[in-house]
Design a binder for this molecule. Structure first.
Ligand code: GDP
Ligand code: ZN
Length: 313
């Protein structure tokens, strides 16, 4: 690759990931040694209407003043706008099995938003240490097993974890390697504790990655990536700060229930909403226990919620 620099001073091209953007500076973590370099972006990006985002993989060069200059933004694999992070590969959906109790309706709601954003989801069920030992048949244990079986059968990766006992922490680390992730889930489920278990010495304060569900208006604050080692990063921001369906259409909600997709083609009517239409293949699949009743019920709830929502014109 040829590099042109004013002053004829040729510097080698380096690559890295933008960790933080603040006051016109981009803090790039070098791909080789993880060192952070404070960079400016070349004026050419502004001319092209491009602006670097946290999460961007970039090519940069060192400049004379111990800073760097971003010379190229690699093509983005994905682009989240709220929060603004590029190249997020994975949404890690964290639910505790107790304290707070596991809510499958909330879980499905998060999944709809994750599917809608086009992200891969990893379902992490945590606080497994709170199951009393030898508690086979215990309600919490049954609920946990049911949840693992159901979501695995739909095609999601599910990991059982505990920040206390370290169960599943290694498995979670393997899922995160080489990826940029957002963690999503209610506050208090244990997101911060899991990150601290993943990265000894990280010492994140409880609540630093908290999702305030549907509360107040969206506050924009700067996003930062936290390095987890193994070229893995997590955005220190709630993955999805608002869980309403205002931006989704009816078709979208159906499509976001991924196990419905392979039946929906066989519905008699095009644009079937799978609620009241005759000869609906999705409803038939629910009757035959091929689609879980809970998933279908939540789908119907979300459709009602969507219809009752005041529209923005
Ligand atoms: P966050 O709001 O999702 O980041 O949740 P936190 O990580 O702050 O945890 C909320 C509470 O749950 C704290 O009191 C933690 O000590 C507790 N907690 C987190 N993970 C576990 C776990 O694996 N087992 C148990 N028993 N408690 C946990
Ligand atoms: Zn249908």
């Amino acid at each position: 690759m040829t590099t042109r620099k004013s002053g004829g001073n040729r510097q080698p091209n380096m690559t890295g990931t933008i960790m933080k953007a603040l006051s016109g500076y981009y803090y790039v973590s070098d791909a080789m040694d993880g060192q952070q370099v404070q960079c400016r972006a070349r004026g050419i990006f502004k001319l092209r209407g491009q602006s670097p985002m946290v999460g961007d993989r970039v090519v940069y060069q060192h400049t004379d003043n111990n800073e760097g200059s971003i010379v190229e933004i690699k093509p983005r694999r994905s682009e989240l706008l709220r929060p603004p992070v590029a190249n997020v590969d994975l949404a890690v959906l964290v639910f505790s099995i107790v304290h707070p109790d596991l809510s499958l309706v909330l879980l499905d709601k998060f999944l709809v938003h994750i599917e809608h954003a086009g992200l891969k989801a990893l379902l992490v069920l945590t606080k497994t240490d709170l199951i009393p030992p030898g508690a086979k048949g215990d309600d919490v244990e049954r609920m946990l097993e049911h949840t693992v079986r159901l979501y695995t059968s739909i095609g999601y990766d599910v990991v059982r974890t505990s920040a206390r006992s370290a169960e599943g922490v290694e498995e979670l680390r393997r899922h995160l390697a080489g990826k940029i992730a957002v963690f999503a889930g209610q506050s208090g489920v244990g997101k911060t504790s899991l990150l601290n278990a993943l990265v000894p010495g990280l010492d994140l304060n409880t609540g630093s990655i908290s999702t305030k569900l549907g509360r107040g208006k969206h506050t924009t604050r700067h996003v930062e990536l936290i390095p987890l080692g193994h070229d893995a990063f997590v955005a220190d921001t709630p993955g999805f700060s608002q869980l309403d369906f205002a931006e989704l259409g009816i078709e979208d909600i159906g499509v976001c229930f991924r196990e419905f997709r392979r039946y929906a083609d066989a519905c008699k009517f095009r644009g079937c909403t799978h609620i009241h239409e005759p000869a609906c293949a999705v409803i038939a699949a629910v009757r035959q226990n091929e689609i879980a009743q809970s998933r279908y019920d939540h789908y119907c709830n979300f459709m009602m919620e969507w219809k009752e929502k005041p529209r923005r014109y």
